[in-house]
Design a protein around this ligand. Structure first.
Ligand SMILES: Cc1cc2nc3c(=O)[nH]c(=O)nc-3n(C[C@H](O)[C@H](O)[C@H](O)COP(=O)(O)OP(=O)(O)OC[C@H]3O[C@@H](n4cnc5c(N)ncnc54)[C@H](O)[C@@H]3O)c2cc1C
Length: 377
């Protein structure tokens, strides 16, 4: 068992952390992706980290990819931007790389890896949230492909997307077995993307509805095969539940740096806060949550890299990291108290950003359900 990082991982992490601190913008309240900033993420290898080098990706494994997102999550205060990059890679580029036809990969992936195009994952619908077996979006077979009709209700990156990885049913009565995955290009006639909606956290990541009204999708834009949509989605969720959440490990590292510094600097009753055990106990609890969730995440990554995907380990990792990030952000507000509640220290933004992690990629309740099922309960 090896817990240390090798020299290459350390170098890559340090370079990514420095780039995130020096080259990326501060947190933004307005939704939108700056094309120049997106190119910078592409240049630093974030957008195609786990995609094969033949398509312009970094060819990294899950653990090395996660370490990169950990560095960006720590160094970049604009968590919405890092989340946009993660959704683009794990829920879009990876399913295209793993299930797309050679022509489709050739057409889409180089621009996605380089930061010349933005992708969004469109699964959730008004009536299909935690239960994605009941999609209303229809895929009707026609000559040369399918016609898509339906509306997706929560699409991160949607307003800015050039490529939409989406899922539709060929038979609403057949549940999971009738789902098919598609990579739809934004310019296709019939695609309408809504205006960004207001949301609690990760505010710079634009999210909207996406409507497909009689959108023709050729056969070569199908990911996997007809009826394999559920498998494609589960595989992309395995990447997302495992690697994406490394950005929330980085966010917690940033909070730890801030609370430790604040506890040494801020004085009350003539002493620094670190002299009060109730403050240091709170910070130690934060560290415990961070390090235990980090270990679960690294192990889940290791299982992907070992070609032994561990559904239980990935659900536990997602649950632990997202809940730890939320609890630690609340504790950071308590350590900073009035200052934590004000916007200028970035602590309240981290709290708002952390809430979403317990909802997307399957809520905490759903991770517990998956874990219970894997335990044979
Ligand atoms: C920040 C953010 C980004 C997102 N980005 C995307 C995106 O890019 N693409 C996309 O397709 N979707 C996206 N979503 C949507 C997200 O995937 C859904 O919100 C999520 O799957 C939950 O679905 P729902 O909101 O309909 O909640 P519901 O399914 O209605 O759940 C409501 C509550 O009931 C609980 N619940 C439901 N079923 C069960 C059950 N069987 N057992 C126990 N409890 C249950 C849930 O845990 C939850 O607490 C995003 C959401 C957020 C917050």
């Amino acid at each position: 068992m090896e817990f240390g990082w090798n020299a290459q991982q350390r170098r890559r992490y340090d370079a990514a952390l420095a780039a995130a601190r020096q080259q990326l913008p501060p947190a933004r309240a307005t939704p939108g992706i700056d094309p120049g900033v997106w190119r910078v993420l592409g240049e630093h290898g974030l957008l195609g980290a786990a995609v094969g080098p033949e398509y312009g990706g970094g060819g990294l494994g899950a653990l090395d990819t996660a370490l990169l997102f950990e560095a960006f999550g720590r160094g970049c205060e604009d968590t919405g931007l890092v989340f946009s990059a993660a959704a683009h890679l794990f829920a879009c580029a990876m399913p295209i790389a793993e299930f797309g036809s050679p022509a489709l990969r050739e057409r889409l992936l180089p621009a996605m890896c380089a930061g010349r195009s933005i992708a969004a994952n469109a699964m959730t619908e008004d009536e299909a949230g935690s239960d994605v077996s009941v999609l209303a979006t229809l895929a009707t077979p026609v000559d040369g492909g399918y016609l898509l009709n339906g509306t997706k209700s929560f699409v991160s990156n949607g307003p800015a997307a050039d490529v939409l990885v989406t899922y539709a049913t060929t038979d609403p009565a057949a549940g999971h077995f009738a789902l098919t995955a598609f990579a739809v290009e934004r310019g296709s006639p019939g695609v309408t993307v809504g205006a960004p909606f207001a949301k609690l956290g990760m505010t710079s990541c634009p999210a909207s509805e996406v409507e497909f009204a009689g959108v023709f999708v050729p056969y070569d834009a199908v990911l996997g095969e007809r009826g394999q949509g559920s498998v494609v989605f589960q595989e992309s969720m395995l990447w997302e539940r495992t690697c994406l959440f490394a950005l929330f490990i980085g966010l917690q590292d940033r909070l730890m740096d801030q609370v430790v510094a604040h506890a040494g600097k801020r004085r009350q009753f003539g002493r620094p806060l670190r002299d009060f055990q109730s403050v240091t106990n709170r910070i130690v609890e934060m560290k415990l949550r961070l390090e235990s969730s980090r270990l679960l995440l690294y192990r889940a990554c290791w299982s992907i890299d070992s070609a032994e995907p561990d559904v239980l380990g990935s659900a536990l990792s997602k649950l632990a990291v997202s809940e730890a990030a939320l609890a630690n952000a609340i504790d950071a507000v308590h350590v900073f108290a009035g200052r934590g509640y004000r916007s200028e220290y970035g602590i309240e933004a981290a709290l708002r950003d952390a809430v979403g992690g317990t909802v997307f990629s399957g809520t905490s309740d759903m991770q517990r359900q998956i874990a219970a099922r894997e335990l044979g309960l």
